[in-house]
Design a binder for this molecule. Structure first.
Ligand SMILES: O=C(O)CCC(=O)C(=O)O
Length: 295
């Protein structure tokens, strides 16, 4: 389920203040995603991108060389990943290193992503993440007590940007009842050439298939329902810089590798509802000195 034939185009909307029309509400309910163009000013995208590059400049790759791969899941065994829920940690692209263990490209062109708590630890990320507009939008899509659980800066590097396999976010960020929603920001134009996301609109109404959790000191994937997701319809979430894609936590989505010469930087923020239970065996943990906060 990764070809690019028969891809539909997404419905596109705009919201100046985070408010949603009845048509936008209905689109989110039926499709499981909402593409809001021009949600963020280009200058704010550029500021976050500059800050991301500063943070990468301060990271010493001699200290940690954890690769992030949704195919091999090599990262899941690394303590560096397992304890990253309340930190800012850097993960390399799968193809970043040559057989001799040397970086093939400059460090800044080798990082797959960093995460998972910039929204609480870095003032620039915090300012991008906690806005009145996003608070309003979260209320419009049904959050009673939104809590910012996870942030990721995703590079989708030129030439070596790795695929993100089909998944739903509630697999990783599980609550009872399910409440996770992803807010995915295009900091650069995302096209099929540089690895735009693809989703299965409507499939968010199906049962959760898997959970990624802690068991006996390891991170494992537990199967809850082994039925396959449908193959179609599929929609290519091509998004111009400044767009926000709101992703329902049970919406299957995927992004292909980037073999183009253009990066596809994105910032993603995952929110859960504080009215729901967050089980202790979830992979993402925080110290008691850093409680989750809202917008
Ligand atoms: O940016 C991508 O390619 C994938 C992001 C994603 O899966 C997510 O934010 O849940």
């Amino acid at each position: 389920m990764s070809g690019q034939s028969d891809l539909g185009a997404p419905r596109r909307f705009r919201s100046a203040d985070g408010g949603l029309t009845a048509e936008m509400q209905a689109a989110f309910d039926s499709d499981g995603y909402l593409l809001l163009e021009d949600f963020v000013d280009p200058e704010d995208c550029d500021r976050l991108r500059s800050r991301a590059l500063e943070l990468v400049a301060g990271f010493d790759p001699a200290e940690h060389r954890t690769v992030f791969s949704t195919a091999s899941r090599a990262h899941a065994a690394a303590e560096y990943f397992q304890s990253s829920g309340d930190k800012i940690r850097f993960f390399f692209e799968e193809d970043a290193f040559d057989p001799a263990g040397e970086l093939r490209q400059a460090k800044v062109l080798s990082i797959n992503k960093f995460g998972h708590a910039m929204h609480d630890l870095d003032p620039d990320f915090e300012a991008f993440s906690r806005t009145a507009k996003l608070r309003r939008l979260a209320g419009e899509i049904g959050f009673r007590q939104p809590l910012l659980l996870q942030s990721m800066y995703i590079f989708k590097q030129p030439r070596i940007g790795g695929e993100v396999g089909w998944h739903v976010d509630s697999t990783y960020l599980y609550t009872e009842p399910l409440s996770c929603v992803g807010f995915w920001f295009a900091l650069e134009d995302a096209t099929l050439e540089n690895g735009a996301m693809i989703c299965l609109p409507g499939a968010h109404r199906q049962k959760l298939r898997t959970r990624f959790l802690r068991r006996g000191g390891a991170l494992v994937t537990e199967t809850l329902d082994s039925s396959p997701w449908p193959d179609d319809p599929r929609v290519a979430l091509e998004a111009r810089k400044g767009s926000l894609v709101v992703l329902h936590g049970q919406l299957p989505h995927f992004s292909g590798p980037n073999r183009s010469d253009r990066s596809r930087h994105a910032y993603t923020l995952h929110v859960i509802d504080g009215a729901c239970r967050y089980p202790d065996d979830n992979w993402l943990r925080r110290g008691s000195d850093m409680p989750l906060r809202g917008f």
